[in-house]
Write a protein that binds this ligand. Structure first.
Ligand code: HAM
Length: 432
């Protein structure tokens, strides 16, 4: 017996209406981000493996143990992207940033891959919607990105969310902070597991990624990131907070947010939802002023974020799918099939945004109608958000006279009129 095929662990199929929610969220992103001048970028789903070590960082969990890495047929090492910022920067550097007018405003949506232990809200294939702003060093850049993020979240019905904000030391200040962190943790190093012991030696900032309660409590008394900021970073942070206040972005500060990727400099932020379980981060982002140069481009400041789309959709209560009027076309018998196709085509042409589905059973109007009722009532099968559902009944009488009979399935009202009047009776601007 052959083994039953299943989706790989940590992945999930998206059926309507779930898939429609994702599409609708992406459309809102396109609209809101577009209104700020952000254009959509699409980069490859796999990249040279080296890219992620040089950006996300070799000692991060993502690169250290979560990447899907494989040789292609010529032996090149490729990796399914675990995130999209590195790919965006690689693409821009490859095209030549020198000639691109600044600022550069980009957004993206697409699948990412991390070999993590699956649990609620944590998958091996998940989707992100992200934004990258390049070429703006001022805190106004961070403020734009965060303001836009909250406009997007509001458009999806999230009005109670706030950002958790921090500013992490960069350059020499980061070295000093790492040293202080090491000093703080070393006397208690016996309590660390092998993973955290490695973090302590290689990259102490990564200890903040640890879920071990002992480490969390050791870090509770650790030196604070904000105490290590150089003067300019401090000013940047203060300016950002003032700008966020002005634009009504709600935030709290937390020294514990350092983010699990190495490329961040200064601003880092996350947004969490109480409605998610242990994996409660809906999104994360921050400034990464060194990354473009690190990947071979000209020094270019940058800031961005990525939203976990699966997590976002799972806590969304607003229905942002567009409403469509629905017509279910029922030919009485095989004789009416051609007539039904012609009427369906005409309906699509005259009623903007209508969904016109045909029933090909052709085993009587009654059977067709009961099938319509079944399908329209099944949310798993019927994806559209309906603004009025009507059946178009086409029997031999209608076909011979060139008429249509339209039955409103919500009110039961029914009318017969010449097919030539479809536009006039149902077209744009008409009442139902
Ligand atoms: P990140 O924090 O690694 O940042 O991921 C952003 C979001 O993706 C997380 O907050 C979470 O909602 C979602 N996410 C991450 N891993 C999973 C998973 N295994 N399953 C489901 N959702 C997940 C980045 O990726 C950065 N590139 C963000 C960024 C853009 N920073 C600057 N620009």
């Amino acid at each position: 017996m052959s083994v039953k095929l299943r989706a790989p662990k940590g992945t999930h199929d998206l059926f309507p209406p779930e898939s429609e929610k994702y599409g609708a969220v992406e459309n809102v992103a396109r609209r809101v981000f577009g209104s700020f001048g952000y254009g959509e970028i699409r980069t490859p789903i796999f990249e040279p493996t080296e890219l992620f070590g040089r950006s996300v960082g070799d000692t991060t969990d993502i690169v250290h143990k979560e990447m899907y890495t494989f040789p292609d047929r010529k032996g090149r090492s490729l990796t399914l992207r675990p995130e999209n910022t590195a790919g965006v920067v690689r693409a821009l550097v490859e095209r030549g940033l020198q000639d691109t007018p600044r600022p550069i405003r980009l957004w993206y949506a697409g699948p990412q891959f991390r070999y993590e232990q699956p649990q609620a809200g944590r998958f091996r294939e998940f989707r992100q919607i992200g934004v990258e702003l390049l070429g703006v060093a001022a805190a106004a850049g961070d403020a734009e990105v965060l303001t836009m993020l909250f406009r997007f979240l509001e458009a999806l019905g999230f009005t109670d969310l706030s950002a958790t904000l921090n500013c992490i030391p960069s350059g020499a200040a980061r070295e000093a902070f790492s040293a202080a962190l090491r000093e703080h943790v070393r006397p208690r190093a016996a309590a660390l597991g092998p993973e955290d012991a490695r973090r302590l030696e290689e990259n102490p900032l990564r200890l903040f990624d640890s879920k071990d309660p002992d480490v969390v409590s050791i870090l509770a008394g650790a030196p604070a990131t904000l105490d290590f900021l150089d003067e300019e970073s401090r000013r940047h942070h203060e300016e950002l907070k003032a700008l966020l206040g002005q634009s009504g972005v709600r935030f709290t500060e937390s020294a514990a947010i350092v983010r699990g990727l190495d490329y961040y400099t200064r601003t880092v932020f996350e947004v969490a939802s109480d409605r998610l379980g242990a994996q409660n981060a809906i999104l994360g982002g921050g400034r990464y002023d060194g990354l473009v140069a690190q990947l071979g481009g000209p020094p270019t400041p940058a800031v961005g974020f990525a939203i976990g789309e699966d997590r976002l959709v799972s806590v969304m209560t607003a229905d942002v799918r567009p409403e469509r009027s629905v017509f279910w076309v029922v030919p009485d018998s095989k004789e009416e099939l051609a007539y039904a196709l012609a009427v369906a085509a005409e309906l699509r042409a005259v009623v903007p945004d209508a969904t016109v589905e045909s029933d090909f059973g052709a085993r009587g109007l009654g059977k067709g109608l009961s099938r319509a009722a079944q399908i329209l009532a099944d949310p798993g099968r019927y994806a559209q958000r309906a603004a009025g559902v009507r059946a178009v009944l086409l029997g031999s009488r209608e076909r011979e006279d060139g008429n249509v009979t339209i039955k409103d399935l919500e009110t039961g009202e029914q009318q017969t009129f010449p097919r030539g009047q479809l536009a006039e009776r149902l077209g744009a601007g008409r009442e139902r």
